[in-house]
Design a binder for this molecule. Structure first.
Ligand SMILES: *Cc1c(COP(=O)(O)O)cnc(C)c1O
Length: 460
C-alpha cells in the first residue's frame, strides 16, 4: 500500500474549540499581535513546538499508574535506567527535569571561563548554558546546512575541517568537549550521518577530547540514516541507535522530544568520577539521583516513550507526515528549507514576502497571518527572536541571517485531515500574500524579547 496511515488508534480525545476569523482578530489584538500571548484554548492547530506536546500512548498512561514514588531506589528509576543503558549504552544515567538542566549540570562540571565548545549548531538553551560559564559556543555546521534551498541528505553534519582547525587554533586545553546535536534543531531539524559521527569521534579521540551528543531527536536521526545513508537500509533502528551512541562518551537529552513525554530529561556519561560530581550538583537543585526533579510516574512514561520512539512504523509515519506537509507547501509555492527535517517545516518568509523589509519582521507578520486565517499557531525564527536592539536609538542594530517561520509537529497529536486543513489555510495565505504588511514593536524586554514583545501591524 502506498498510503501511510497513523499507526495508532485514538483512545482519548481533547476537544478543539473552533473560532471565526472575526473572533481571532479580537484574540490576536488582545495578545498585542504576539502568538506567545494567545491562550491555547483560542488556537485550533498548535504548531508552536514539538516539545512536551506529544500524545502519550495507553502503555505510557498505564506506566503513569505504576510509577513508584519512593524518594530513594524507586523501581521506576531502575526501569528508566535499564532502558537508557540498553538503548544508548552509557554506564551512568542521571535523570533531570528537562534537557537544559542536564546541560547546566554538564557544563558546570566540564566547562570553564575562556573555553570553546564546538557543536554543529547549538540549540538556544545549550548556547545560553555554555555562555553562562563564560565560554564560547561555536557552531561548525557544514556550509550546505546554512542554505535553505540547497538539497543535501545530511545538512546537520559537522564540518570536520573547521573542527580540526578550531582545535588547532584554540588549543586542546581550552576545548573541554565536542558536541553534536542530532537532529540539528536550530539548523532546520536536519540529520547528521553515521559517517560524520564516526569522523567527529575519530577527531575527538585523536585529541583526547570527550565527545557528547545532544540527543533530543536521536530516533528521528536514526531513521534518516536508515533511509538516506548507504549501507543502512537493512539495519534495524535499534542497531543504528546503538551504533550512533557507541561513538560518544556521553549525552544530554530532553525527553520532551523523542522521549514522547510531557516533561523530563537526562544526562549520561561513562566516566564514574565525572558522574559523581554531576550527581552532587543534581542533589543541590534537581533532587536525589534516583528521581532528579521528576516524579516516579514521569520516569515510567519516559522509559516507555523511548522504546516507542524507535518503533519503525512510528518513525516512518512521523517522518512521512512532516515530509507530506513540506511537499504540499512547496506545491503551493512556499519557499521552505529543503529537504524537510524530522520535526518541523521552516518557511522562508523573507523570500515569500519581499514587500516586507527584515526590520519590519516578515516572519512575525506571516505567523500572525497563519493565526488570523486559520487559528494556526507557529513561531517566528528570525529578527524578532535573534535581532539586537539599541534602546538609545530605538533601532535594531542587528538582524537575523534568515527570516523563518517554523511549523513544529507535535508527536502523534494531529491527524492527516488536520494537516490538510493547515495546507488549505496556507493556500489562502499564499493567494493573498501581497496584502500582508510588516509589524512594528511597541514594547520589548532587553533580552529574549520574542516571548513578551508587543506589536502593531504597519498599515500600508
Ligand atoms: C529542546 C532542546 C533542548 C533543551 O531541552 P528542554 O527540555 O527544552 O530544556 C536542547 N537541545 C535541543 C536540540 C533541543 O531541541
Amino acid at each position: 500500500m502506498k498510503t501511510i496511515i497513523e499507526p495508532f488508534k485514538i483512545k482519548s480525545v481533547e476537544p478543539i474549540k473552533m473560532s471565526t476569523r472575526k473572533s481571532r482578530e479580537f484574540y490576536l489584538k488582545a495578545a498585542q499581535y504576539n502568538p506567545f500571548l494567545i491562550y491555547s484554548k483560542d488556537v485550533i492547530i498548535d504548531l508552536l513546538t514539538d516539545s512536551g506536546t506529544g500524545a502519550m500512548s495507553s502503555e505510557q498512561w498505564a506506566g503513569i499508574m505504576r510509577g513508584d514514588e519512593s524518594y530513594a531506589g524507586s523501581t521506576s528509576f531502575l526501569r528508566f535506567e535499564r532502558t537508557i543503558k540498553n538503548l544508548m549504552g552509557f554506564e551512568q544515567v542521571i535523570p533531570t527535569h528537562q534537557g537544559r538542566a542536564a546541560e547546566r549540570i554538564l557544563f558546570s562540571v566540564m566547562v570553564k571561563s575562556g573555553d570553546v565548545v564546538p557543536n554543529n549548531t547549538h540549540f538556544d538553551t545549550t548556547r545560553a548554558n555554555v555562555e553562562f560559564q563564560k565560554a564560547e559556543a561555536r557552531d561548525l555546521v557544514i556550509d550546505e546546512g546554512k542554505q535553505p534551498s540547497f538539497e543535501h541528505p545530511f545538512k546537520g553534519n559537522m564540518d570536520i575541517k573547521k573542527l580540526v582547525d578550531t582545535i588547532e587554533t584554540v588549543g586542546v586545553s581550552r576545548i573541554p568537549l565536542i558536541m553534536v546535536t542530532i537532529t540539528n534543531n536550530s539548523g532546520g531539524g536536519q540529520p547528521v550521518s553515521m559517517e560524520n559521527l564516526r569522523q567527529v569521534s575519530e577527531v575527538a579521540n585523536s585529541y583526547n577530547i570527550p565527545f557528547y551528543l545532544d540527543a533530543c531527536r536521536f530516533a528521528e536521526n536514526a531513521y534518516f540514516i536508515k533511509i538516506r545513508e548507504e549501507g543502512y537500509r537493512k539495519k534495524s533502528i535499534i542497531s543504528i541507535v546503538k551504533e550512533m551512541f557507541s561513538y560518544a562518551d556521553g549525552c544530554t537529552m530532553s525527553a520532551k522530544k523523542d522521549g514522547i513525554a510531557n516533561i523530563g530529561g537526562f544526562l549520561c556519561t561513562n566516566d564514574p568520577e565525572l558522574a559523581q560530581k554531576e550527581k552532587d550538583l543534581l542533589i543541590l537543585t534537581e533532587g536525589f539521583p534516583t528521581y532528579g526533579g521528576l516524579a516516579g510516574r514521569d520516569l515510567e512514561a519516559i522509559a516507555i516513550g523511548l522504546t516507542e520512539a524507535i518503533d519503525e512504523d512510528y518513525l516512518k509515519y512521523r517522518i512521512s507526515s512532516t515530509a507530506y506537509l513540506g511537499k504540499k507547501l512547496i506545491e503551493i509555492g512556499f519557499p521552505i528549507v529543503v529537504p524537510t527535517g524530522g520535526h518541523a517545516i521552516y518557511i522562508d518568509a523573507k523570500k515569500l514576502l519581499p514587500q516586507i523589509p527584515p526590520h519590519q519582521y516578515p516572519g512575525w507578520a506571516l505567523a500572525c497571518s497563519f493565526y488570523l486565517e486559520g487559528g494556526i499557531r507557529t513561531v517566528e525564527i528570525g529578527s524578532v527572536m535573534f535581532g539586537k536592539h539599541d534602546f538609545d536609538t530605538g533601532k535594531d542594530v542587528e538582524l537575523a541571517q534568515m527570516e523563518l517561520v517554523r511549523m513544529a509537529i507535535p508527536r502523534r497529536t494531529y491527524t492527516q485531515s488536520q494537516i490538510d486543513y493547515v495546507i488549505e489555510v496556507a493556500q489562502t495565505i499564499y493567494k493573498n500574500k501581497n496584502k500582508i504588511t510588516g509589524m512594528k514593536i511597541t514594547y520589548q524586554a532587553p533580552f529574549l524579547r520574542h516571548f513578551s514583545a508587543k506589536f502593531e501591524p504597519i498599515s500600508s
